[in-house]
Design a protein around this ligand. Sequence first.
Ligand code: G3I
Length: 377
Amino acid sequence: MISIRQPARFYIGLCLAMLMPFHSTSDAAGQPRSLGSTYKSDFLIGMAMDFTSNELTPTELELIKSNFNVVTPENSMKPDSVHPAEGRWTWGNADKLVQFCQENKIQIIGHTLVWHGQTGKWFFKGENGQPVSRDVAIERLKEHIHTEVGRYKGKIKGWDVVNEAINDKPNGDSENLRNNGWLEAIGLDYINLAFKFAHEVDPNAELYYNDYNIEKGDKHKSSMLLLKRLVKEGVPIAAVGIQGHWGLNNLPYDELDAAIADYKSLGLKVNISEMDVVITGQGGGQLTPAGGAASAHERDSRRGARTPPTAQQLKQQADAYATFFKIFQKHKDVIERVTLWGLSDARTWRPGQAPLLFDAQNSPKPAFAAVIAAKQP
Ligand code: G3I
């Protein structure tokens, strides 16, 4: 049932949003209010969104336009969104996102070309359902990348070419590559080939390797081995994306600080590509065993089951965001972009865990103010 307070909150949110145009750098008290303009001299500030049947409201669109200067499609450019079957391409939602960004002078990150998630099994099946041969798999990889990168050539700042190729089960003595369909069908060089195919179509787009939990422990060691090899082999990789799915029970400040320096030592830039900080429950970027985010049913029951965050939790989250943004600024020579994974606590893949800077009614949370206040002179 709709609470009687919702229309009022919506109206206040809308007024607030309208008072915060992207180019306005200060509020009545002289404080900067837009995330993008606050960090303009340091790095881009992005968010993840899509145009789906779950339409963004005018308030949400205004918040996006006023705060973010780069957008990542959360799902609409993934393989099963644009290429659900051999020879079948469905561009509707991705095209809408590109058009919106172009109309509003917002840059775009392509996400993602090669992944174990949201990728049709058809890519790896040959005739009679048998595993595909290496040659056919390479041909399919090439066609997929050439077609998608080619369609948006010149419109995409950079592509998450390969996503989450490293196993969660720790083994820091090796690259520890995840046994996904591409590795099985092609072998170790599927990563090299993916970057090569993307580069030959749009040589001006930056190309990224993107993963979660790579800032610490064995997964960091594996990422260093992998990236070192790719750089040595001349793979056209510009940056590594540290996804940044963190939580109040997982705040790896020191590890992150050191990891950014490690990647810099390889000659790479760094993107914080999918940041959120959950207040309750687990963080991390891993999918469910079924290969997705929580089901709609799980999401709804979580939403109902969770009580709103306490003031103390909101303060802890605000402190965490502020600390992360101070680390990002320390490394602004290599950090190109910080992207939040969603818009608000209503538009997140972690519903019920309140991970973002705007609450479910689109009002700025204490973490929003803390990020603005964390800006160093
Ligand atoms: O599109 C269908 C819709 O037709 C259906 O009615 C509905 C029923 O639940 O599901 C919809 O698909 C969902 C899809 O998001 C689009 O909303 C899937 O169930 C759901 O699993 C999927 O979750 C996405 C997840 O990746 C799964 O791959 C999240 O939105 C997205 O935020 C998340 O993003 C990933 C990054 O791409 C890579 N890094 C980790 C990050 C979090 O897993």
